[in-house]
Design a binder for this molecule. Structure first.
Ligand code: AMP
Length: 125
């Protein structure tokens, strides 16, 4: 079910648990600012989720409240993951769902990286 992206951060959310190593994930990348893992229900040949280490509910929360250092570290990590996985030349897609209309289901900011094949229309209707 889609979440309210303005709610307070809930430490029990599933991506918070993944970040703390309390439930398993297939790690793709990690650094000081970000952790990346494979989506459990991939929507493309490559479907990676990138999450900040900080406690941010959504892109809205992160862009409003994260420090410049956190934002730079996270954005650089997303770019690096795509680059290191050979996605730049064939191309890829980034997506961050926010709130009910965005269809956000997990209340810890995550950026989806899709790639590995042509991705078709921008938004399915
Ligand atoms: P969103 O709709 O943007 O909130 O996307 C949530 C994404 O998290 C979906 O693509 C799910 O397949 C994915 N997901 C949910 N639980 C897990 C998990 N335990 N490990 C990896 N991906 C997950």
């Amino acid at each position: 079910m889609a979440i309210d992206a303005t709610q307070p951060y809930d430490d029990d959310n599933i991506f918070g648990k993944i970040l703390r190593g309390e439930i398993p994930s297939t790690k793709v990348y990690e650094d000081e600012w970000a952790y990346a893992f494979e989506d459990i229900n991939p929507q493309a040949k490559i479907h990676t989720l990138v999450i900040p280490r900080g406690r941010y509910v959504s892109w809205d929360d992160f862009s409003a409240h994260a420090s410049a250092e956190e934002i730079a570290g996270f954005v650089r990590a997303v770019g690096k993951i795509a680059r290191e996985n050979g996605l730049v030349e064939p191309g890829y897609r980034l997506l961050a769902n926010v709130g009910p209309h965005g269809g956000q289901e997990v209340p810890h900011l995550h950026v989806h990286i899709f790639g590995g094949e042509p991705l078709g229309r921008m938004i399915a209707k």
